[in-house]
Design a binder for this molecule. Sequence first.
Ligand SMILES: [Zn+2]
Length: 436
Amino acid sequence: MNICKERAFDLLKQISFQRIAGTAEELKCAEMLKAECEKVGVPAVIEAFEIDMPEIHEAKLEVTKPEHCEIRCVGIGKSGVTPDEGLCGPLLYIEDGMEANLVDAKGKILLLSGAAKPEVLERMRKSGALGYIACHGSLYDPEEMIPEIRTRSERRKPGEDANFPGVVIHITDAQKLLRMNPEEIRIIVKQDVDKKGTSHNVVATIEGTEKPEEIIAFSAHYDSVIYGTGAWDNGTGSITIMELMHHFVKNPPKRTLKFVWCGSEEIGLCGSKAYCEAHKDEMEKHLFNINVDMTGVLLGYEKAVCSCDEIVAKYVDFLGRVEGFPIVTDVDMYPSDSSSFARAGVPAMTFARLAPKGGAEIHSRKDIFEVLDPNAFINTVAFMVKFSDAVVNAKVFPVPRQLPKELVEKIEQMKKMMGEDKKTEKKDDEKTEEKK
Ligand SMILES: [Zn+2]
């Protein structure tokens, strides 16, 4: 095995800076990863793709009655815009946004417990409410974190033009707001919802020695969110697949390997979606995707979520026992880049070393280098090398192409929720049109 924890953590230290989707810092990290590949003679390219980058011009939340006070907030990208004078109405706390929470929502401004899932958003819009307030963070966050509100954007169905303005506040302020029991509040949101930006994937290739036409793609997102260094999420995944690359440079694989560092995962798996789209013509040749999202945390446990036939989950469990590497396995979709591959019809999986409750946290300034450990990290990499060696060099490729029925159904549901089923239907129509 040609893996090295010092080399990996040295790179991790270098890339542990805020790398938000579509920013110059994200691109800077892409260039560092590309240079690292080229240093050991592996050709790498940076592939640009367009992302939604709505620009918020103004966001304001205030209590107007009985007494005026202002509450820190940020606008939700693509949610909508208010008139100049804003929208005024009573506040209604809707918890998780179930139907029974919304019976009395008309003409009100809704406060919900967390972020709005697509189905909750749809219910809120239909309820006749004016707009909404989402919240984030923990009531136990230190004082300095309260103003650090993570920006977010809604994901719109193609062609959807609903105007339902929203803002995000810290959960500490949400509690304060509710305790105030205000008579009337006001939100103002002004934004350019259609603004676009550019993000990048880094794609490195090691040609297979025996079956170069068959591809295994390793992936890890390298972008981070605001107010964090993204050391754990997902600097660690980025250095994990870099170490796998080092291993395969010294141990040439039978099949072709792609190492894909994805941009813009944090805003909706955009990098992996863009990769699958840009490489559409060779998706058939992609036999398997091995994704890594977070490794190396000292206090943690190993997990493998397989978005593919259960034979892989069983094999990981089996190998884990053989190697004395405890790992929880599951067959499901996972909220990381493996999902994009599965949706494109490629069997996929994600490896992760997750933290126990009360342990390390992500998506804020709490995602720090100090919770990580080179030995915990290299232990995971060593197991992944064993697993990957077997898969990459298999005499008969062991992962069936077909996804299990329940995953196919889940994917279909997800596509329906995001209106993507209609898009493909339309594309099929266009195709038949072309044939005529
Ligand atoms: Zn992540």
